[in-house]
Design a protein around this ligand. Sequence first.
Ligand SMILES: [Zn+2]
Length: 383
Amino acid sequence: MTELDELMKQTHSLLRGGGEGTIYDFGNGRLAKVYHPALRSDYRSNKVKWLVNHRFSGEFARIIAWPDEAITDHGVIVGFTMPKLEANPLAELLNNDNTFTVDWKIRATICRNIAAITTHLHREGIVVGDLHASNFGYDAGTGKVVLYDVDSLQFRDGKRLYLCEVAHDDTRPPELAKIDLSRTEALCEDTDNYMLAITVFQLLIGAHPYAGTRAADRASSESGILSRAALEGEFVFETDKSSVPVYAAAYEVTSPAHDLFKRCFIEGASDPNARPSALEWENILAEMAREEMAICQTHGNYPARMSSCPFCEAKSPVITTSACKSTPQPIQQKGGKPPGSASTSPNDSALGIVAKIVLGILAVVVGITLLPVILVFAVLDEL
Ligand SMILES: [Zn+2]
């Protein structure tokens, strides 16, 4: 154990504040998380104690920011130290403009590695809970993945249950839509499997599986609407291809995983038992990363079974307004119009520019031609 006073005498910088506590960087590959005073409790202390006493070894220990030492303040556990795992934030790939900047083979490997971490934790009886891209980091060269926020994992110590108390709205399965996670054991392997499938789909296709649906009002990311779309089984990539968002890559690029996607997003939307396990995802994604590849000059590797690069076909989304939780806005389709709008198309705009240039030239020509005539009339008027 490390005493907080002693720890803070060492050279450090503030890495991140907010949330449950403050994270300090000691510049030697070590971080410390210190909980806010209001959040310190026996429950949280015991959770940290369990984590510190159940550290992993080998390669797995190097890809997970597992607490390695409790931090105490006058004998009370108030936080923990952990390794600093350098990686790019995976959530940056959920931005539609960024998704395809990373090579397909690497993205399939990233997804495989997220599934492998999940499988490993499930075998240990641990639920990830808030399985979301924002809790992972990645290496763009190798597809290696690391897991952060380990103290939010959910597990049992004998009869005592340590909950994961939060989950992102955009990956919540329908059965959790209105559940207070801090009060009940709602998260489990089935919910992890659903969140894993959503994350895999987003990273491979560049769109949310329930985006582009009728209920979701064209690509809204508002959670309640996505949950409703899920309950209604509106996985349009299988059920209504005309409603698929234009910014998504061709669904066929993921064809080896289609059975798994159907089991999760159609059957599994209302039946948690139908969802594929993390191990099934790990296996299929490993196969997809090993497929024969063709090369696109812009996007690198893509599966050679595709007739052309599926990522060149996907169109960039144009966000018409900033994201707003309470008033979801449609994403304007490139070259098209959002529902109910009267916006002009790029072709209309181009015609407008040409017309303005022609009118401008005409105005100058007419002006030069008429100027001598006006001057003559002015002189005659003077006379
Ligand atoms: Zn391409």
